[in-house]
Design a protein around this ligand. Structure first.
Ligand SMILES: O=C(O)c1ccccc1NCC(=O)[C@H](O)[C@H](O)COP(=O)(O)O
Length: 248
């Protein structure tokens, strides 16, 4: 297929997606369903770029989401356009699969929460240490009023303990990536999960998962789901080995 034929095909799909309206899924419910089947939930992230460079600019969103839709509990979609080459349209395309979608951006304003709902997202990411207590509380409350679940993301054990006390109903995301220096440590996530499990509604380990071994380590620490971007963007077939058995 030549370039013109390919881009006309994708443009027709883009126009269709722009005018579509998908109803939001239930990310929390799908994670609980996977866990009740004895499996770790897997959230696949569509991430074309990151501040450290290109991840995979060659996989279109339709191919990515359609190839994974039956093997994950939901999708995470980066919408930040500068550092991640994200786009709001990717949320609509993901939502059209019928799977729950996490609107993954640096949410600082109620208008972003409005956009997430209009695009068919099921949940929004709120980064705990990016906002002060008042703004954080307002956005979590506003997201709830708009019918959106909240993934409250931390990158250390102290913030994890504080976050579950402040927002017991939020999904807790523990990121192995330090958002200040971008270093990645699964050890830190394992430690934080062990300190907060039993006090959090659901724990989602984010970042740095490269294969089955990492998934097993996080599941045995007490994670309910893993959120995986780079590894799945580069090899979607990995999804089959990440939904490892969980105990209890
Ligand atoms: O992905 C990055 O390099 C990054 C840098 C700075 C802030 C956030 C960043 N990523 C957002 C994420 O949390 C990850 O995309 C997501 O957890 C998946 O991580 P990975 O599986 O390691 O790609």
């Amino acid at each position: 297929m030549g370039f013109l034929e390919d881009i006309v095909r994708l443009t027709r799909m883009r126009v269709e997606a722009e005018s579509s309206k998908a109803c939001a899924g239930d990310l929390r419910g799908e994670i609980i369903r996977a866990n009740s089947d004895g499996r770790l939930g897997v959230i696949a992230e569509y991430k074309r770029m990151s501040p450290t460079g290109a991840v995979n600019l060659g996989v279109d969103p339709w191919s990515y989401f359609n190839s994974l839709r039956d093997r994950v509990v939901g999708f995470s979609v980066l919408t930040e356009p500068i550092f991640f080459a994200g786009n709001y349209l990717f949320v609509k395309i993901a939502a059209a699969t019928g799977r729950p979608v996490l609107f993954k951006d640096f949410v600082v304003d109620r208008r972003q929460v409005d956009a997430a709902g209009e695009l068919g997202a099921s949940a929004v990411l709120i980064i705990y240490k990016a906002l002060g207590p008042a703004e954080r509380g307002d956005l979590v409350d506003y997201a709830g009023k708009k019918g959106l679940q909240v993934l409250l993301e931390v990158d250390n054990a102290a913030d994890a303990l504080a976050a579950v006390d402040e927002f017991p109903n939020a999904l807790l995301g523990i990121n192995s990536r330090n958002l200040d220096d971008l270093s990645v440590s699964l050890d830190g996530v394992v430690d934080a999960i062990r300190q907060v499990r039993g006090r959090a509604d659901l724990i989602i380990a984010e970042s740095g998962v490269s294969g089955r071994g990492d998934a097993e380590r996080l599941a045995s620490a007490g994670a309910n789901a893993v959120l995986v971007g780079t590894a799945l963007m580069r090899n979607p077939s990995l999804a089959g080995e990440l939904g490892v058995r969980i105990h209890g």
